[in-house]
Design a protein around this ligand. Structure first.
Ligand SMILES: Nc1ncnc2c1ncn2[C@@H]1O[C@H](COP(=O)(O)OP(=O)(O)OP(=O)(O)O)[C@@H](O)[C@H]1O
Ligand SMILES: [Mg+2]
Length: 268
């Protein structure tokens, strides 16, 4: 029998650090392992929805309808080959405003996810690049938060503000929330600089690196146009194996040494 799903919020208020890419790739890697996976698009930009091949503007109902109390989450779910998705579109920008007027506004998503927890092994929530009410909903609904950090100078500014928000959430709305660690994204093994950022984030914020760094690869930019994850695409860049290692580590599964080696060559 399946036990209750582990819910992950993938969050960083900085834009373009690979939150959506991480949600998609980790979800695909867990699904490859036979896990039942749901991804929730909690960003009005709807990049996750688009990346799985859907036209956000023609979807109804969406997560927006869920958060404003018009539809149960179950009714929004679409079944993609690789995973299930609760989709979003630009309407979600309006949900922020509606939620701000509500009591218990941080709990709206948590309440909707609870009845689905027994149907999945893992649920991953893609957060928008802000610390607004949508991200607070994700952190309140999650068991674990995963923080993508881009391996570039100054890109980790803002991590301390995110960590302060997480402490507030642990105090106020979700005592059980734990930090799974950070995912090092767009790593360039040729530069000292990428390594320096990696070491800095680990020491300065006392954050654990999950798996191995994900190398920079143009394939990631191409994948969304296929409507599937980079793991399901024909060619297999090292970044795909890095996400396999990350997902296995999150799920507590032993990682095949060959994968770790393939993915981890980035570090040499
Ligand atoms: N390892 C990588 N190598 C090269 N490009 C990458 C990598 N990971 C992600 N990208 C690209 O970087 C861009 C930003 O990634 P993504 O959309 O996942 O970030 P995000 O944090 O979700 O952005 P936003 O804050 O806007 O939601 C995308 O074009 C994506 O394809
Ligand atoms: Mg995104």
């Amino acid at each position: 029998m399946r036990s209750s799903a582990t819910v992950y919020a993938v969050a960083n208020q900085k834009g373009g650090v690979a939150k959506t890419t991480t949600v998609l790739s980790v979800a695909a890697a867990l699904a490859e392992r036979g896990q039942a996976v749901l991804v929730v698009d909690l960003d009005p930009q709807a990049d996750l929805t688009f990346s799985l091949g859907y036209d956000p503007d023609s979807i109804d109902p969406t997560v927006h309808d869920v958060l404003v109390g018009r539809a149960p989450l179950q009714k929004t779910i679409l079944q993609h080959d690789e995973m299930d998705i609760a989709p979003a579109n630009i309407d979600l920008a309006g949900a922020e405003v509606v939620l701000l007027t509500r009591t218990g506004r941080e709990y709206a998503l948590r309440y909707e996810l609870e009845p689905l927890a027994d149907s999945y092994d893992a649920i991953l929530i893609d957060c928008p690049p802000s610390l607004g009410v949508l991200t607070l909903n994700a952190l309140t609904a999650a068991d674990r938060v995963l923080i993508p950090v881009q391996c570039e100078t100054l890109s980790h500014r803002g991590v301390s503000q995110l960590l302060e928000t997480i402490v507030d959430i642990q105090r106020l709305t979700n005592r059980e929330l734990e930090i799974a660690g950070f995912v090092a994204t767009m790593f360039d093994g040729r530069t000292r600089h990428s390594r320096a950022v990696l070491a800095d984030v680990q020491s300065r914020y006392d954050l654990r690196l999950v798996g191995v760094p994900v190398r920079k690869s143009v394939r990631f930019a191409e994948a969304p146009h296929d409507g599937r994850s980079i793991l399901a695409a024909g060619s297999q860049p090292r970044g795909a194996d890095a996400y396999r290692v990350i997902a296995a580590e999150l799920a507590g599964i032993e990682v095949e040494p060959a994968w770790r080696q393939h993915a981890g060559e980035a570090l040499r």
